[in-house]
Design a protein around this ligand. Structure first.
Ligand code: PLP
Length: 367
């Protein structure tokens, strides 16, 4: 129950062991054609969604390299590790960043973005994160999209741990670049990323000077039109993606999301009953940050759960290592897995001296 890579159902795992098809064939294009259509459904967009063979960070860098030029000014929302990564990528390529740095666990106020954009009409892009996985905080992309749409800037959204389990209709919410990767909300092995550009973003791409060979959006577009990719893709992962997308399509995005929301609700009610505090108010589906009780080292809780119950939950990066642990319920996690984890967590905390509250006792008796 970490935040990706996730538990994957056997049927999809086994698809990865199928013989590798030569990718420049009509047969493979047929598979890719279906995948392309289903990715548009996932992103809720009429624009092409390109398949990149890389992790999520590769797609983030592709977004920057394709739409910006050295010396351009951008606004980046830094609510944690992944928001901060936008700044790191931009700086590496000579793009000037104005950061909105958030306090831990706080979502960005869309009005702050409006203020910055109205102050500086030169801002070329607003870079943000749908779900800041390091904190679990969900961003109000809908409101931000309505704001950015009134300016020349484009809105770039990292949806790595959100697309699929959170609402994110790209076109309706005026998002110009949306990206995600395979190993979190998509519950597949790592190695693939997906990225889409609006017409406005493609206009920026036409003018941008930070060109890239491997990630050149126009090369991807040309190949997308014949249901191909410019270079050899991770074929086994595409077989797995094909099955995942067909499953989502069959179930329907809304029902798929609701199923995860229900499981996340069970998890959070259990966490509250144990008497623990979560990392923020506006938490995204499937990522729950939890403060370790006073005097109990969060990293020790993570280790104890692994060593004694074979349950993997996630530690936190940097300064929060000893204070916060995080639990994911992406992928093939069932209600029984959540209940088993909660029970193990409760026992782990008592082992470290956490006093059980009466609600926790009641919760245990009811399971
Ligand atoms: N963005 C978000 C929101 C993430 O959660 C992650 C990974 O945890 C990344 C980007 C980076 O993805 P990757 O590790 O696949 O490069």
């Amino acid at each position: 129950m970490v935040l990706g890579p996730t538990q994957i159902e056997e049927k999809i795992l086994n698809k990865g062991a199928a013989p590798q098809m030569y990718n420049r064939t009509r047969e493979f294009s047929k598979t890719l054609g279906r995948v392309h259509q289903n990715l548009q459904y996932l992103f809720q967009t009429k624009n092409p969604v390109f398949l990149l063979t890389c992790s999520g960070t590769g797609a983030m860098e592709a977004a920057v390299l394709n739409t910006l030029s050295k010396g351009d000014e951008v606004l980046a929302v830094n609510g944690g590790t992944f928001g901060g990564r936008w700044t790191e990528i931009c700086k590496k390529h000579g793009v000037k960043v104005k950061e909105i740095k958030l306090k831990y666990g706080q979502p960005v106020d869309p009005k702050d973005i409006d203020r910055e954009l109205s102050r500086n009409r030169n801002i070329k892009a607003v870079l943000t994160t749908l779900n800041e996985t390091s904190t679990g905080i969900l961003t109000d992309i809908k409101s931000i999209g309505a704001i950015v749409n009134r300016y020349p800037a484009i809105l770039v959204v990292d949806g790595v741990s959100g697309v699929g389990v959170e609402e994110m209709p790209m076109d309706k919410w005026h998002c110009d670049v949306l990206l995600t990767s395979s190993q979190k909300a998509m519950a597949l092995p790592p190695g693939l990323a997906f990225i889409s550009f609006s017409k406005k973003a493609l206009r920026s791409a036409g003018k941008a000077c930070l060109r890239t060979f491997y990630f050149d959006v126009f090369d991807y577009q040309k190949n997308w039109e014949r249901d191909q990719t410019p270079f050899t893709p991770a074929i086994a992962l595409i077989y797995q993606l094909d099955v995942r997308l067909q499953k989502i399509r069959k179930e329907g995005l809304e029902r798929y999301r609701k199923r995860y929301k229900r499981l996340t609700g069970i998890l959070r009610r259990g966490i509250k009953a144990i008497g623990l505090k979560m990392s923020g108010e506006k938490l995204s589906n499937c990522v729950t940050g939890i403060w370790s009780p006073d005097g109990i080292d969060a990293s020790k809780v993570v280790e104890h759960m692994q060593e004694n119950y074979n349950i993997y939950i996630a530690p936190s990066p940097g300064d929060l290592k000893t204070r916060l642990f995080r639990i994911g319920n992406f992928g093939d996690i069932k209600e029984k897995d959540i209940l088993r984890m909660l029970s193990a967590l409760k026992d782990t905390l008592s082992y470290f001296g956490h006093i059980e509250k009466s609600e926790a006792k009641k919760w245990s008796r009811n399971q």
